[in-house]
Design a protein around this ligand. Structure first.
Ligand code: PLP
Length: 424
């Protein structure tokens, strides 16, 4: 019963059915929110022990230093050891910092603009134009950050196995204004795509016209598996070194969705030269990160296996929510051919593509029925989805019942907008 095969009468029936369903939905007076990928209160409860750690008598780091005092720009080595194992980065090349990886990405970009990297001909801001490749759909805050710095964005498609590497190769080969690209390699936001080792090997080795071309490898969901298949991220730093571009990759990560969002620990990892570059600028901005917070995280985790065990408890709470999204979308929309969506094996989002030209209408209809969705186009540079079809679904925060109601309402809006368009 694909919508394309319906004649005008059948479409008219579908439209009136969905209008009636939508009026019922509105009458329910819902207030539901699927906008941001926030951990639910139950997930935050998993780390409540942090609230009492490290405890009054426990403030010394492994090397005996007093975490209450200034110092230690690189962060506690015992925490770096845990995440070195999880992220596959040698300890000397991994720094533990403040509570937000987005802040580290911001600072890295600002330093690149103001100072350039070692092999930059000049600071990026002194270039006539700086451009970045942006896999789409992607993370809205990455795009907003570039926009705030006047960096022009060039979209490339994000596939299930990573960005469209042919398109990337063609674009960077002769265009020296392309200085970098974003990439969320494991369980991309919002598609859940996982960059394969093959794609990573090509990206890290391909010839680039800009000598200081950088991949901003934001591994925000490195350990956020939704199944027992705990995928390992491609080892981008080793691949880049093997491919002759040891300084091409900058790795970012945090515990925002491991412990407390906004009160966790963020990490920066890269080649020895880039780490030295990062520290040469960081030393003017900080005397050292919050080591008390880092120590309490060490006490909570114990070791890398402690992080994995905690992430399995997150999975137990999150996987049923992703199952609800899949279930409602396939039972309500499957038959009509009005949408496709991703089936992530990790991360925090599902990417839903509705009929071209209807995403903004779906979001508007949902709002009218009390269901808040991320604005249509948010996952594209400048907030503009050229096909007006993509909607990001964030299922982590609402309860299962609320999520189920919101997804059912969303399905009604998708069908109604599709029927409206087909009859327009
Ligand atoms: N990177 C990605 C891909 C994200 O999805 C998010 C949050 O949603 C962040 C970074 C934010 O990380 P942090 O809390 O460490 O700043």
């Amino acid at each position: 019963m694909s919508i394309d095969t319906l004649d005008r009468d059948a479409l008219g029936t579908l439209l009136s059915e969905q209008r009636a369903a939508y009026e019922d939905l509105r009458a329910r007076g819902l207030t539901l929110d699927l906008t941001r990928g926030k951990p639910s209160p139950e997930q935050l409860d998993l780390s409540n022990a942090l609230l009492a750690l490290p405890g009054e008598a426990d403030f010394r780091a492994a090397d005996g230093s007093d975490t209450r005092n200034y110092g230690g720009l690189e962060g506690l080595v015992e925490l770096r050891e845990i995440f070195a194992e999880l992220l596959g980065i040698p300890v000397p090349q991994l720094l533990a910092q403040g509570s937000s990886s987005l802040t580290i990405m911001h600072d890295t970009l600002v330093w690149a603009m103001l100072h350039g990297f070692a092999e930059s001909p000049r600071p990026w801001v002194a270039e006539e134009k700086v451009r970045f490749l942006c896999p789409v759909p992607g993370y809205d805050r990455h795009f907003a950050l570039l926009e705030s710095l006047g960096i022009e964005m060039v979209p490339v498609a994000m596939n299930e196995d990573g960005p469209d590497v042919e398109a990337v190769a063609a674009l960077v080969a002769d265009d020296p204004t392309i200085k970098g690209m974003w990439l969320v390699p494991t369980y991309a936001n919002p598609t859940g795509g996982v960059t394969s080792a093959e794609v990573a090997a090509r990206l890290t080795a391909l010839p680039a016209a800009a000598p200081d071309f950088r991949i901003f490898w934001d591994n925000a969901y490195a350990v956020h598996h939704l199944s027992t298949d705990e995928l390992k991220t491609a080892d981008a730093l080793s691949l880049a070194a093997a491919g002759g571009h040891p300084d091409r990759v900058l790795v970012f990560a945090s515990t925002s969705k491991v412990t407390f969002a906004g009160a966790g620990v963020a990490f920066f990892g890269s080649s020895p030269a880039n780490v030295a570059w990062f520290k040469s600028h960081l030393k003017f901005a900080s005397i050292g990160p919050d080591k008390v917070n880092q120590l309490r995280h060490v006490r909570l985790f114990g070791d890398a296996e402690g992080v994995r065990a905690l992430m399995r408890r997150h999975r137990d709470l999150l996987a049923p929510k992703f199952a609800v999204v899949e279930e409602v979308l396939s039972s309500r929309l499957g038959a009509y051919d009005v949408a496709t969506w991703t089936h992530p094996r990790g991360g925090y989002f599902v990417s839903l593509d509705v009929v071209d030209g209807t995403a903004a209408r779906v979001v508007e209809l949902a709002k009218g029925a009390g269901i808040a969705l991320t604005p249509a186009g948010a996952s594209f540079p400048y907030g503009s989805d050229p096909r007006d079809r993509n909607i990001r679904i964030a299922p982590s925060y609402p309860s299962l019942d609320d999520l189920s109601a919101a997804m059912d309402g969303l399905a009604t809006c998708v069908l109604l907008a599709a029927a409206e368009k087909a009859l327009a």
